[in-house]
Design a binder for this molecule. Structure first.
Ligand code: XMP
Length: 517
């Protein structure tokens, strides 16, 4: 396994993703973590990430000396290379010519790291690589024992290597997809230089997780709040395989789910897979507590608290349960403060343990804690979950509660559900569902005039929303074909009595958000 030391780069997670994609397990630790934790991890290689600081200043992060003493290969990227070069006796200085973005570097063929990896051959016999650069400083003097393995006009020392000690540094970012050969370079490092096997596959992840869950919970019973989302679904499938009937799932139907969702969850898990699922029909409680409430944040709070109340009441009936399972995944872990040490415990708010009765004293089991979303999906497929469940768009915890603007009423939810269903059904039929990141319908509680046949209608409005995004922090509205929007609009107005108009949301995020509330 590989250890990634994080110096604060926005790309650190990407390094981990690439290493895992190469079939090698890795974890991210903070660069100032306890060196003993590094030793205990027993890495077969260490990657030093980039970072925003400059080693030319005194109070900036350094590589724990232990890393150079472990005798394992080290790859420094950007700041990681500069820190390594500096600490090994080289020189780093501010560059007169800062580089950000695409660059072409000359890679020298004699290093084990870059040998035979190139985008273009150059007349001088060097391989040329198209890479993504972002740096202000540069290495100006090699540390003893290192050779130059890559260079550009403005950074003659853009890559360094010592094949003897298996230490390498790259000024560019192999982890971003703009560096075309980046995946090959990282794969070369982890497989050939570090000697990692590449056996971190879905099948092995499952075997490993099952083994650990069995060890952790022994003969105890486990409770899981099943939402129908990807993470909790995969946890359910995994735990069922690990401990069978000692898993009990509680599925809360809050009346704010999509069309057919509750039945689908029951069909997949209870009927098909034989998981013990308790379905709690709590529509009335949720809707009565939401009556008269229009403020979005207040609605969220009510829905969250009601979930906890309902879940607790159900959990309290299960006397033998000692563990609460959660679908925490690796990005949740690293995003939380101080989590890079791998010690933080994140609790997803809608499975809030703090809300459980104090006398239950449940311990946490989180079998997906080390996995990225794409790994969770692969594991889900491998466990036999249907592909359309595993590749579903995200659905917010408060559900339709934040897609019905203003006060939430059952009548509104009953109009929104079929409209949303038509939109999603047509997206799938036209092969567009997987091309957008999230799509849904929103209910606008305003009335608008329409005409069908000879009759005048005065009914509600539905807005359609579809966005493309990588991280959901920014998004652009999806440029769906006009003919497609036309079809969806006609179907909604014709098939749903009570809707007289459909609009399409053309707001980006920012300035708008993805949800309407
Ligand atoms: P916004 O609307 O903030 O949404 O642009 C970004 C992503 O977060 C989801 N979202 C939520 N998820 N509880 C959730 O679990 C919420 O209260 C919530 N609000 C927004 C939204 O669906 C989108 O994927």
């Amino acid at each position: 396994r590989i250890l990634i030391l994080d110096f604060g780069s926005q790309y650190t997670q990407l390094i981990a993703r690439r290493v895992r994609e190469a079939g090698v397990y890795c974890e991210i630790y903070a660069c100032d973590c306890d060196p003993e934790a590094i030793r205990a991890f027993r890495p077969k290689g260490v990657i030093l990430s980039g970072g925003p600081e400059s080693v030319t200043f005194d109070a900036t992060p350094r590589v724990p000396q232990l890393v150079f003493e472990l005798g394992v290969p080290v790859l420094g990227i950007c700041y990681g290379m500069q820190a390594m070069a500096f600490q090994m006796g080289g020189r780093v200085e501010p560059s007169s010519h800062k580089e950000f973005g695409y660059a072409q570097i000359r890679a020298r063929g004699h290093s084990r790291l870059l040998q035979d990896i190139e985008d273009h051959a150059s007349p001088e016999g060097w391989g040329l690589l198209d890479v993504w650069m972002s740096h202000g400083d540069r290495v100006s003097e090699l540390p003893a024992g290192f050779k130059v393995i890559a260079s550009t006009e403005s950074a003659p020392i853009a890559g360094i290597g010592d094949d003897e000690r298996r230490m390498y540094g790259l000024q560019f970012h192999p982890e971003v997809t703009h560096t075309a050969q980046g995946a090959r370079i990282l794969s070369r490092f982890v497989h050939e230089i570090c000697g990692c096997a590449g056996d971190w596959t879905a099948g092995n992840i499952i075997d490993d997780a099952i083994e650990r869950v069995r060890q952790q919970v022994g003969e105890d019973e486990v409770l899981l709040g099943l939402s129908g989302g990807v993470d909790s679904s995969v946890v359910a499938a995994l735990l069922h395989k690990a401990i069978g009937d000692r898993l009990t799932c509680v599925f809360v139907d809050n009346g704010l789910l999509r069309q057919g969702e509750g039945d689908q969850v029951m069909a997949t898990f209870a009927k098909h897979m034989g998981v013990r699922v308790i379905r709690v029909d709590a529509e009335d409680v949720f809707l009565s507590r939401l009556a008269g409430v229009t403020d979005p944040e207040q609605k969220r709070k009510i829905i969250g608290n009601t979930f906890i109340d309902v879940f607790d009441a159900e959990a309290a009936k299960l006397k033998n349960v000692q563990w609460l399972a959660q679908g925490t995944i690796y990005p949740d872990v690293i995003e939380s403060a101080g989590a890079a040490t791998g010690k933080a415990h994140v609790i997803k708010s809608h499975h809030n343990v703090g809300g459980l009765p104090a006398d239950m004293k449940l311990k946490l089991v989180e079998p997906l804690r080390e996995l990225f979303k794409d790994e969770v999906r692969k594991v889900g497929l491998e466990l036999g979950l249907p592909a359309d469940m595993v590749y579903r768009h995200p659905f917010p915890g408060p559900g339709l509660g934040v897609r019905i603007l203003g006060e939430v009423k059952k009548d509104y939810a009953d109009l929104l559900r079929p409209a949303d269903h038509i939109f999603i059904e047509e997206l799938r039929a036209h092969d567009l569902y997987d091309k957008v990141s999230q799509a849904f319908a929103v209910f606008l509680p305003v009335k608008s005039v329409g005409v069908t046949g000879d009759g005048r209608r005065y009914e509600y409005v539905i807005a359609l929303r579809a966005v493309e995004t990588i991280d959901f922090m920014t998004a652009r509205w999806a440029h769906l074909p006009y003919d497609f929007l036309d079809l969806v609009s006609r179907r909604i107005i014709n098939e749903i009595e009570g809707i007289s108009r459909v609009t399409y949301d053309i707001s980006g995020k920012p300035p708008a958000t993805i949800e309407w509330e």
